[in-house]
Design a protein around this ligand. Structure first.
Ligand SMILES: [Zn+2]
Length: 275
């Protein structure tokens, strides 16, 4: 599932290509990818003839800012991906196109989603502000300091891994980058969030920001499904220290990486390096 770095890679591409473009025609072919409104046609009517001001991101959400003051929120979830071009993409590679936005420059943005867990939601200004308020801070924003992270964690007795996954506490982290950040900071994922010493919070803060930045530079992590725009895949999977490496030697101490299940999801860690 795409996390902050993967969504950011898609955002940068779409922002560069779509900012200032007007949507001529929109179609959403499957009801289940339209969230909130009554039909795909209702969402298309909101978009047609309107200009995309920019493409932003909040946590794992892509936000198409629509002139003058609305937002089309897109969630890629497991298998959502975009491709942009003048012609329909190769149907062998894109077999599940469920939405299209035709632009005023002759290109079309195609959205392909095999499992259709993702989708699009129309948000007027007030609804968008409510979504923004419901999410925790952006970990790569300037205001996200070690002190801020400490304040967020000291109110939670949940295991640190689960606290970091909670989008209301910190926006954008998922299973991959929480595991990797905790490994880099030498913190055991089952520790309670409020038990971290200030030096550990500082190490975790550094680790989270560094791992996210490196992953954005590597165009994200591609396991099974993630593709950036137009089929490009990420390369951060080659640099993962613990995620999906159960039984393989820890890159630091050579003992086998372990896997535990927390809140129904796999956590990978080294029991010797992380205390
Ligand atoms: Zn180790």
């Amino acid at each position: 599932m795409p996390e902050l770095p993967e969504v950011e890679v898609v955002r940068r591409h779409l922002d560069r290509e779509l900012s200032g473009r007007t949507i001529r025609r929109a179609s959403f072919r499957r009801r289940d990818i339209v969230l909130g409104l009554s039909s795909g046609r209702a969402l298309a009517r909101k978009l047609e003839g309107r200009r995309i001001l920019s493409v932003g991101r909040r946590g794992k959400n892509l936000l198409f800012r629509i002139d003058p003051d609305a937002v089309l929120q897109a969630q890629l979830r497991m298998t959502g991906r975009f491709t942009l071009g003048e012609r329909r993409p190769d149907p062998k590679r894109y077999r599940h196109i469920v939405a299209e936005l035709e632009l005023d420059d002759g290109r079309t943005l195609f959205y392909d989603d095999m499992r259709r867990l993702g989708g699009f939601r129309w948000l007027e200004a007030e609804a968008w502000r409510a979504l923004d308020r419901a999410l925790g801070p952006e970990p790569l924003a300037r205001g996200f300091t070690a002190r801020k992270l400490g304040e967020i964690l000291e109110t939670s007795r949940a295991p640190i891994k689960n606290a970091l996954l909670d989008q209301k506490r910190v926006a954008g982290l998922g299973n991959i980058y929480t595991s990797e950040s905790l490994f880099r900071a030498n913190i055991h994922p089952a520790r309670s969030a409020d038990s971290l010493e200030p030096a550990e919070v500082a190490a975790l803060h550094r680790a989270v920001r560094k791992v996210l930045r490196e992953a954005v530079e590597a165009a994200g992590t591609t396991f099974r499904d993630f593709r950036a725009v137009n089929g490009r895949s990420g390369s951060f999977q080659r640099r993962l220290a613990v995620y999906a490496r159960e039984g393989e030697p820890c890159r630091r101490c050579k003992r086998p990486v372990q896997r535990i299940v927390q809140a129904g999801r796999s956590t990978f860690f080294c029991a010797a390096c992380q205390v």
